[in-house]
Ligand binder design. Structure first.
Ligand SMILES: Cc1cc2nc3c(=O)[nH]c(=O)nc-3n(C[C@H](O)[C@H](O)[C@H](O)COP(=O)(O)OP(=O)(O)OC[C@H]3O[C@@H](n4cnc5c(N)ncnc54)[C@H](O)[C@@H]3O)c2cc1C
Length: 536
């Protein structure tokens, strides 16, 4: 069983619940006002949806289709999570899609192995949910958050959804191959093995791409719209956005075998020293462990520093149920690393081109939100493109698609901000105000009810609302100050309280500023929100 925060007497109980009551009332009032404004904005945007085209061809393997008829509507660069899902979605809507992927073999990596329930809902909307079949994907209903030996259960608020809706853990490569197969099965989608070397530009308009085949031959492909989805190490994004990439930490990844998570169908996040450790199932027999190592530098593999770091600093924090398997995985030496990147979306609207996926926007992966943002973006783009029959007027289309960058914001900025802010809150710090904030965050989430359901719904993409996010963040900070001052305030405690609020502000405001205050919190006031499709 999990334990609640350390309330020790009735007096403590009273003030926690009074504080809680005040916070709930404020959250409710602001939520009602926000929803009213949001619905008003949405209803004034009218989009005529077209019926999807029929598609019939199926194929067992990822292969290149026959040339369609020499004409392509949309080129997609990269068939990872974004490119493959987008190719299927646009192909299903009748577009002639040409996808270039430099490596069609099954990816083997430690990224994108956990899909939040909000991402699963988007898969359903896109008709891609069967890509989770036959890959031994595991259902996850929430997370156990552990700090100082205590666990807080954060269950996804799934009551309103059908029984298949939950988080899913799986092998990223298997999921991507399923999506590639599904996209390539459409008659009007051509998936080609090729590396895009540059964008083909004429008078500031992107007309297509230059690419190299596997055998090194160079070709050009043209289309009225090119969508660049070449991932976190994108070479092409510098022509289409202002990339400000931060690398706050690395993940060290191990696969644990012959063990069970402490709570069946729940992931586990350990908030300890120096930063979080995450566990979740990726198959019926494997558990992924991701150890966050802050800073730019990793312990060296060559001189044994990495194994030493994992065994002496990390292993003592690992739950007893996983301890032996963790040490066995370190001994086995199958240790992978990946830099954790964060980059706000900062696109240059460019006629003929659009950026998507990690090439456009990244956040710390600690909350596993990347794929949920991508799938949500694809739904937004699909709905925007549906009423546009002819993509050839590049500047009109570019103007219209500027709304994509605003319409995606409520979901994307909620998940991005929560990921980057939570990561900072969860990192250990010698500063007493930051320590208080970390403890307050844990205790706030341990309160249960709206205090855990609200943040969990935000994090999982089930209810992505930037305003509710800001409210919970500051409610958590106020709760932290309340804990310090009640019942016996002292000048020292008051000073820590002031610094806690200031510290919370210094974490969240720069992230919101980078996301764009207006686009994130009041998207309905941005003119691009109301763009109507070009009519021919
Ligand atoms: C350590 C780590 C763990 C993560 N864990 C999670 C998680 O659990 N859940 C989650 O939702 N998100 C997670 N993420 C984020 C998630 O992995 C990404 O958001 C997602 O994979 C991005 O998808 P993408 O399609 O943009 O890029 P990718 O999936 O990387 O796809 C890019 C594709 O483009 C191809 N490509 C690149 N350049 C070219 C070129 N020039 N020509 C042709 N093809 C090209 C590549 O081969 C690749 O197939 C994690 C990230 C990290 C770093």
């Amino acid at each position: 069983m999990f334990c609640k925060s350390s309330f020790t007497n009735l007096l403590d109980m009273d003030y926690h619940y009074i504080l809680g009551g005040v916070l709930v009332s404020s959250l409710t009032v602001v939520y009602v006002i926000y929803n009213f404004a949001k619905n008003k904005g949405a209803s004034s945007r009218s989009i005529h949806l077209l019926e999807s085209n029929e598609f019939g061809k199926t194929s067992e393997n990822v292969t290149c289709n026959e040339e369609i008829d020499g004409i392509t509507d949309i080129i997609i660069v990269g068939a990872g999570v974004a490119g493959a899902a987008l190719a299927y979605t646009l192909g299903k809507d009748g577009r002639r899609v040409h996808v270039f992927e430099r490596d069609l073999s099954e990816p083997d990596r430690i990224v994108g192995e956990y899909l939040q329930p909000g991402g699963y809902l988007k898969l359903l909307e896109l008709g891609l949910e069967d890509c989770l079949d036959e890959i031994d994907a595991q259902k996850v209903f929430g997370y156990a958050l552990s700090k100082d030996g205590k666990d807080a259960m954060l269950s996804y608020p799934l009551e309103k959804f059908s029984s298949d809706v939950s988080g899913r853990g799986f092998h990223n490569g298997r999921f991507i191959q399923r999506m590639r197969e599904k996209a390539a099965s459409l008659q009007n989608v051509k998936l080609e093995h090729g590396t895009v070397t540059s964008l083909l530009k004429e008078n500031g308009t992107v007309k297509g791409v230059n690419y190299k085949t596997k055998s090194g031959q160079e070709f050009t492909a043209k289309a009225p719209l090119t969508i660049v989805c070449d991932g976190c190490f994108s070479n092409l994004r510098r022509f289409l956005c202002n990339p400000k990439v931060e690398v706050p930490s690395h993940f060290v990844g191990l696969v644990l075998e012959n063990c069970n998570l402490p709570y069946a169908n729940y992931g586990q996040v350990i908030v300890d020293d120096p930063s979080p450790i995450v566990f979740y199932p990726i198959s019926s027999i494997e558990i992924r462990c991701l150890v966050d190592v802050p800073g730019q530098k990793l312990p060296s593999f060559g001189n044994g520093e990495m194994a030493q770091y994992l065994k002496t600093l990390v292993a003592p924090q690992v739950p007893p149920e996983l301890y032996n398997s963790f040490n066995a995985a370190v001994d086995k030496g199958n240790i992978r690393t990946m830099s954790n990147r964060s980059m706000p979306a900062s696109p240059y609207p460019t006629p003929g081109a659009l950026l998507m996926g990690d090439a456009l926007n990244m956040r710390h992966p600690v909350t596993g939100g990347g794929m949920t943002v991508i799938l949500s973006d694809i739904v937004v783009l699909r709905d925007l493109l549906k009423p546009v029959h002819d993509l050839h007027d590049a500047s009109a289309l570019c103007k219209y698609l500027e709304s994509f960058y605003t319409l995606r914001k409520p979901v994307a900025s909620t998940i991005n901000t929560l990921a980057d802010a939570l990561y900072k809150v969860f990192c250990a710090s010698p500063d007493s105000a930051r320590k208080e904030m970390r403890q307050a965050c844990f205790d706030y989430l341990s309160l249960g009810g709206i205090f855990s359901d609200g943040p969990t719904a935000l994090l999982s993409g089930l209810n992505p609302s930037p305003l509710i996010l800001v409210l919970h963040f500051f409610a958590m900070a106020v709760y932290g100050v309340g804990r310090l001052l009640i019942p016996f305030p002292s000048p020292k405690k008051m000073w820590i309280g002031v610094r806690l609020i200031s510290s919370a502000s210094s974490i969240i405001f720069p992230i919101i500023k980078a996301e764009g205050v207006r686009q994130m919190l009041f998207p309905a006031t941005v003119p691009a929100y109301y763009r109507t499709p070009p009519v021919y």
